[in-house]
Design a protein around this ligand. Structure first.
Ligand code: SAH
Length: 219
């Protein structure tokens, strides 16, 4: 099969933004720009490249998935990332969400428990020239103390409740975007830290792979 030209992928990316994101309420200009720019097809396995811009999740191996573009966009919009922000992602997976965050924030830290996935992601992110992303293989339910506190934390796998270490590692006015619930369905929630306390807002129903770790689901 002749490889598709980058121009065709660029066109698919524009259509993805126009048909999947804007009509469903993704309105943040910076978020839309990031989705127009980041080459999602570089983050899916070669055999799935034709599905890279489809309106659904794609398998990335090891039983894990890269979320549907709309879900990545919704979570990113909920994180309200600003230019000078430092953000933490739990669940690097393919590295796609990390690349989107790197377009919006000053520094991105991302953790993954499966070393093969982290290594792959690192390769792609390096090839694309991202220099503001740090990756680490570790149980992300513990957060990443070394660089805390963060303006925003995004968890791309599902937890039974918001892990305490993540709440602790948020800055004042910081935001934690996380799917909370059982194994088969969850609620996308935004937890905000304000005056030492926390508020929680439910956004919508969702389905994610589990956060496996000390403050997540037991294996
Ligand atoms: N954000 C990813 C999607 C990741 S799917 C992307 O853009 O492609 C969720 C990922 O969370 C999986 O790769 C899974 O291995 C990882 N994960 C699950 N539990 C984890 C934990 N405790 N710490 C870090 N990563 C975890």
């Amino acid at each position: 099969m002749i490889a598709k030209q980058e121009k065709e992928f660029e066109q698919e990316r524009r259509l993805m933004v126009q048909k999947q994101l804007i009509p469903r309420g993704i309105t943040d200009k910076r978020v839309l720009e990031a989705f127009t720019k980041v080459p999602r097809h570089k983050f899916v396995p070669g055999r799935c490249i034709e599905e890279a811009y489809g309106d659904y999740p794609v398998s990335i191996g090891e039983g894990q998935t890269i979320s549907q573009p709309y879900m990545v966009a919704l979570m990113t919009q909920c994180l309200e990332v600003k230019e000078n922000d430092k953000v933490l992602e739990i669940g690097t997976g393919s590295g796609y969400q990390a690349a989107i965050l790197a377009e919006l924030a000053d520094k991105v830290y991302t953790t993954e428990r499966i070393s093969g996935l982290s290594k792959n992601a690192q390769g792609v992110l390096q090839e694309l020239g991202y220099t503001n992303i740090k990756l680490k293989v570790r149980d992300g339910s513990l957060g990443w103390e070394e660089f805390a506190p963060y303006d925003g934390i995004i968890v791309t796998c599902a937890a039974p409740s918001a892990p305490e270490p993540l709440k602790k590692q948020l800055k004042e006015n910081g935001r934690l975007v996380i799917p909370i619930g059982g194994s088969f369905s969850q609620t996308l929630s935004v937890v905000k830290k304000r005056k030492g306390g926390f508020s929680e807002e439910d956004i919508c129903g969702c389905v994610f792979v589990p956060l496996i770790g000390k403050y997540g689901c037991k294996q």
